[in-house]
Design a protein around this ligand. Structure first.
Ligand code: GLU
Length: 222
């Protein structure tokens, strides 16, 4: 087990996500990371080890944005390392994801994409999700997520950001928990309720293959 938290709203996502990750620590982890989206694209901080190491890293090299995704990893594919830590991005830095779970057919997907010239940087199963989503991406993020999810076998809870859609945070899950939280200042996804309780107790449990699209002031379900 391990954790995901994502935020889109009117506040800086970084302290909110760091606090949420601390509240998910009880689930166990070996590494952690955050990606935010801002005018420069994605900014990522990720590291093997305790959350305090991630906090130090961000203190030395601050990142900031109104939308972000955070992750605590319990490695299943690929050793605990900075590179294998989530979030993972596609080759063109257009899509960033965090993933809890196991992609059982990742080898086949990876081989297929490598044959098309796509380079992988990590040993994780999760990176195929970012690379495949970028490969499929035609401009419509929902369509992209549906196509990507249909190609995945295994379990997942996913938080997804796409540079082409800077005001949307997207989530989908299968056989792994994910909730949506709605607050006055913004909206959340998380593995579990305690991660968002400091901000809201209005939560919704996502069903398998249900897609949530969060903006700063609304949530839509597909
Ligand atoms: N299977 C993925 C990995 O090893 C995700 C593990 C997790 O759920 O934290 O990186």
């Amino acid at each position: 087990m391990c954790g995901i938290i994502g935020y889109i709203g009117t506040e800086n996502a970084v302290p909110i996500i760091l606090d949420g990750l601390k509240r998910l620590e009880y689930r166990g982890y070996d590494s952690s990371g955050i990606a935010v989206m801002n005018r420069n694209g994605f900014e990522v901080a990720k590291q093997k080890g305790r959350l305090s190491s991630l906090e130090n890293l961000i203190r030395q090299k601050p990142i900031t944005g109104y939308m972000g995704i955070g992750h605590t990893r319990w490695a299943t594919h690929g050793e605990p390392s900075d590179i294998n830590s989530h979030p993972h991005l596609g080759n063109q830095n257009k899509i960033a994801i965090v993933h809890n779970g196991i992609i059982e057919n990742y080898k086949q997907i990876k081989e297929r994409l490598e044959q098309k010239g796509i380079n992988f940087v990590s040993q994780t199963d999760s990176e195929v999700i970012a690379q495949l989503a970028e490969y499929y991406h035609t401009g419509d993020i929902i369509e992209t997520i549906i196509k990507t999810a249909n190609a995945l076998e295994g379990s997942y809870a996913l938080g997804i950001m796409c540079l082409d859609e800077p005001d949307k945070l997207v989530a989908i899950k299968k056989d792994n928990p994910l909730i949506v939280g709605v607050s006055e200042h913004g909206n959340f996804i998380a593995s579990d309720v305690p991660a968002v309780l400091a901000h809201t107790n209005r939560v919704y449990y996502l069903d398998d293959k249900e897609i949530a699209v969060l903006s700063k002031d609304k949530v839509e379900f597909y």
